[in-house]
Write a protein that binds this ligand. Structure first.
Ligand code: SF4
Length: 208
């Protein structure tokens, strides 16, 4: 557990208690990281599996509304499990104030909001024939890569293929970022700025 996280709070006064708890693997079901690896592997079987990202994004909030606490973050998050596997087990460098003062939280929230807007808007544009589908990986919105080799040639409307690639790309980008941060700082430092965690905290706060 990172001692600095005890003493600090975000700019809006929100304590980092949940995030501190999340820096421990206690509570996370073992082996969940395999689900993350499976998700990215399935992309090579058929990119249509990329659509499972919707399930990953919705489930934390479904559990939150049912149990009134961050059950996903404390118990079921496959990404957190992966970060526990690959991240630095001891602090390797000081954690910058941007992680505490809300700067990075806001930046990530904007980034994901814009990303989701692009994904939705471009999928609609493809569906109505105003633009071609982009059937390739694109990291962090702006770095185009290649189409994934496909074990099963996907037969689906172009808009669905586009949406699948876009969601897969978003999941891949944020996972890469989380892993890089976990190597530079600590295993679950990503949880301090994760948009799902941020929105969950905001919803919980409103319920109290
Ligand atoms: S904050 Fe994000 S990455 Fe961390 S446990 Fe919650 S959903 Fe998973």
């Amino acid at each position: 557990m990172h001692t600095l996280l005890h003493a600090q709070s975000f700019g809006n006064g929100e304590r980092l208690e949940m995030d501190i708890k999340q820096n421990s693997s206690r509570g996370l079901l073992p082996g969940l990281f395999l689900i993350t690896l499976l998700y990215f592997s399935l992309g090579f079987v058929s990119i249509l599996f990329g659509l499972l990202a919707v399930f990953c994004m919705a489930t934390p909030f479904i559990l939150l509304s049912r149990y009134k606490k961050k059950v996903w973050c404390s118990t079921y998050c496959p990404r957190a499990s992966l970060l526990m596997q690959v991240g630095a087990k001891t602090r390797t460098r000081a954690i910058g104030h941007q992680f505490y003062d809300g700067t990075l939280k806001k930046a990530m929230l904007w980034y994901f909001g814009i990303n989701l807007l692009f994904i939705t808007g471009s999928s609609i544009q493809v569906a109505i024939g105003n633009m071609p589908s982009m059937e390739f990986i694109r990291l962090f919105i702006v770095i185009p890569l290649v189409p994934l080799p496909q074990l099963i040639t996907p037969e689906a409307p172009p808009a669905l293929l586009h949406l699948s690639y876009r969601l897969y790309s978003m999941m891949l980008s944020s996972t890469i970022l989380g892993i890089v941060l976990s190597r530079i700082y600590r295993q679950r430092i990503w949880c301090a700025i994760c948009p799902v965690g941020t929105v969950s905290n905001a919803l919980l706060k409103r319920q109290r």
